[in-house]
Design a protein around this ligand. Structure first.
Ligand code: AMP
Length: 278
């Protein structure tokens, strides 16, 4: 695996590969890699000649400085995992390589930016689009792979691609879970043994809603789900919503593609998860 930390060097290297007609698949990450990330790498390997992965803990998408500070950064272990997974190219820049001082970014994303995650993490999607735009621009991948785990994120990125006519195809990959149902996440390492047990209420409730889905009773389902999560010890719900998977507006009887999305604090750790229904 070739590892690059500077924009100039990786751009030169990739330009040579593109001239040879090789296709590239890209997986953007913040590191602390787990099997969920590796499943994206595997999909990218299947579809492309070469796989590029980035590891960059992007400061502009954190609205909580403590969250940024404690974000895990096991770069040596991550590099080893990527080697083993057969990743071809790693881009691991410093913050100063990605951003000039006092850089400003704003993209008119519309309401999607302010729903759900946007309500609880103001400015988050501006930071996400800022860094993903830069990464797309530097790496120019043919296809980029994102996890359904961050459902709203891929919608926001699709919106940016549409607004800016970016020449990249987006692929959404399914959520990888631990055996007991917890969605894999780099933040799971912050869960205490007790938190870990309580965290299961999220996937359990999502599955319960999926199994009991009835389009006539969306409000009742949502209320029961919220109550189940809120009554779990150590868990504090931010939102549980059944929405239209294309618009993120509240689902109704005629919604074809319903997604149940949840965000909650489990102990000190904020977790998100979701399930597609129908
Ligand atoms: P992150 O490092 O958290 O920014 O995630 C990098 C990419 O991996 C994003 O596209 C995530 O949606 C995806 N991802 C994170 N967790 C999972 C998971 N459990 N299963 C599949 N993809 C995931």
């Amino acid at each position: 695996m070739r590892v690059f930390t500077t924009t100039r060097e990786i751009q030169q290297y990739l330009a040579d590969l593109r001239n040879k007609g090789l296709s590239t698949g890209f997986v953007a990450t913040m590191g602390a890699l787990h099997q969920g990330h590796l499943s994206l790498i595997q999909q990218a390997k299947k579809d492309n000649d070469l796989v590029i992965c980035s590891i960059f803990v992007n400061p502009t998408q954190f609205n909580d400085p403590a969250d940024l500070e404690k974000y895990p950064r096991p770069i040596a272990h991550d590099t080893q995992m990527l080697e083993q997974a057969g990743c071809d190219i790693l881009f691991n820049p410093e913050v100063s390589e990605m951003y000039a001082d006092n850089e400003h970014w704003h993209l008119a994303l519309g309401e999607i930016e302010h729903l759900l995650e946007g309500t609880f993490r103001p400015g988050h999607y501006q930071g996400v689009t800022q860094v993903v735009y830069k990464l797309f621009n530097i790496l120019k991948p043919d296809t980029a792979y994102f996890g359904q785990k961050d459902y709203q994120q891929i919608m926001v990125i699709a919106k940016m691609v549409e607004l800016l006519n970016l020449p990249v195809k987006l692929v959404m990959c399914p959520i990888l879970r631990e055996e007991d149902g917890l969605a894999m996440s780099s933040r799971n390492i912050h869960l205490t043994a007790e938190d870990r047990l309580h965290s299961l209420i999220l996937s359990k409730t999502l599955n319960w809603v999926k199994d009991n889905f009835d389009s006539n009773n969306i409000a009742v389902l949502q209320a029961k789900a919220a109550e189940a999560i809120n009554t779990e010890d150590g868990v504090s719900l931010e939102y549980f919503e059944l929405v239209d998977g294309d618009t993120l507006h509240p689902a109704n009887q005629s919604t074809k593609k319903v997604v149940a999305l949840v965000a909650a604090r489990v102990g000190k750790t904020r977790l998100i998860d979701n399930v597609l229904i129908g």
